[in-house]
Each structure stands twice: as structure tokens, then as C-alpha cells.
Design a protein around this ligand. Sequence first.
Ligand SMILES: O=C1C[C@@](O)(C(=O)O)C[C@@H](O)[C@@H]1O
Length: 260
Amino acid sequence: MTKPIQIKNLTIGAGIPKICVPLTGTSREKICQEAEEAKKAAADLVEWRADFFEELMNPEACQNVLEALAEILGETPLLFTIRTSEEGGNITISLEDYAACNINTAKGKKADLVDVEIMSNSEEKKKLVAELQKEGVKVIASSHDFHKTDSQEILLNRFREMEKSGADILKMAVMPHGFEDVAAIMEATNAMRQECEKPLVSMAMGSIGSITRISGENFGSGITFGTVGAASAPGQFPIGELRSLLDALHEKNEEDELKQ
Ligand SMILES: O=C1C[C@@](O)(C(=O)O)C[C@@H](O)[C@@H]1O
């Protein structure tokens, strides 16, 4: 059974999946403008995809953006993510630089959550998770397969591996090539929530995977990524549509609960 996590006023892992809006601007100005729009659109949380930032390797410039974002977002939680090219992102970066950027962010105390790609260099990443948590941020362990979807059993075992990292939330994204792949990630998530207390996040990307972005309440995914401007992965819905779809499904689920 999932034990929900509280970040500021947001509960992750219970009820309607929370909508996370990614910011993909390359400059401070563009990133802040996107954050203003995400806030106006009532995002539940915001992800700064720092791998798009042209000054990622400059710690002062990063801190500067984080301070501006915290100011704009107020009580809306901020997730810091460096998505590497190996997992579908925009930057090729050494493990040392990856760790240093994430630790600087946590030390700056402006981000609430940090994403750690957990499946590569797992032992070093495990240490990084613990260091980040010591600085007071929650960690999302993530894994992305932009090419395919492994079997349900392999996906479930991957979730189990990810749990050993000690991260607070486990997130997995896969690329489906047919509905059986979409069903595999949904069922692996559903099975994992029976044996793990951590909130889970999962999605199948692309158009056939879009169903996973609206039905997390039914199979156990606690966050869904929706757009205000540019998408950060294929298959994401604009935030307005996403909110209506999540609400409609939630109402149906409540009807069923009333009948029982
Ligand atoms: O991990 C994820 C999920 C994601 O890849 C998606 O498919 O919505 C989008 C990314 O921005 C985020 O970091």
C-alpha cells in the first residue's frame, strides 16, 4: 500500500495524480516566463528540465534561476531534473558533473525534489540519493527507455531494483510499440504498489501510451506530466485537457466507491 508523501501543501501518492509541468527554456528569462505560465495554469508541481539550460555548468547561474523560480512558484513544489542524453534528455554529462550540479541545487534549498537517473552507475547514484536527502530534498529515482518496453516481469524487477536506492519516489517511463506494452507498464506499476510503500510514477510515452497519463489513479501512478508550452516527452497532454480528463475519471471512480 502506498504511503503518500507531503511536499509543502501537495500530497503525492493519493487521490488524483498530480500534474507536473516541465520547463524547457534555454535561458533564465525563458524559464521564468514558462514558470509564470505554469503557475497561472495551476500546475500542482513544476519540473525545471535543467538539461535544456545553456548555463547548466555554471553553479551561480543555476542558483540564480532556482531563486527566481522559488519566488515565482511560492507554495508550488519545484522538481529539479537533469535528463541525460542516454535517457532521452538534452545533455551528455560526466557522473562527477551530474552529481555536483544536483548537490549544488540541493544545498541551495530552493528545489523540493531532485530527479536521479538511478539505473546507470547504481552504486554511485545510491550515495548521491543519500547525500541529496541529507540536504533536505526528496529524491525521485527515475528510469527511461525511449526505445522499447520490456516485459512486465522485467519492469517489475526494475522497480524493485530502483527501490533499493533509498529514493522517496520511483518513476519509470517506457516507449510502447503496441497496447501489450502499455498494459505491461500499467500492470507492473499496479503490482509494485502492492509490495512497496513509496509513491510510484509511470508512463508509456507516445500517442498509444497517452492513456497512462490520465489513468494513474487506477493503476498506481501518482504524478502525470502535462504541458503549458513545449512538451518534454511524446504523448503529454496540455494541462487544461489533462485536468478535465483526470477529474472525469476521478468522478467515475467515486461513483464506483459509492456503489460498493
Ligand atoms: O521523467 C519524466 C517523464 C517524462 O519523460 C514523460 O514522459 O512525461 C517527461 C520528463 O520531463 C520527466 O522528467
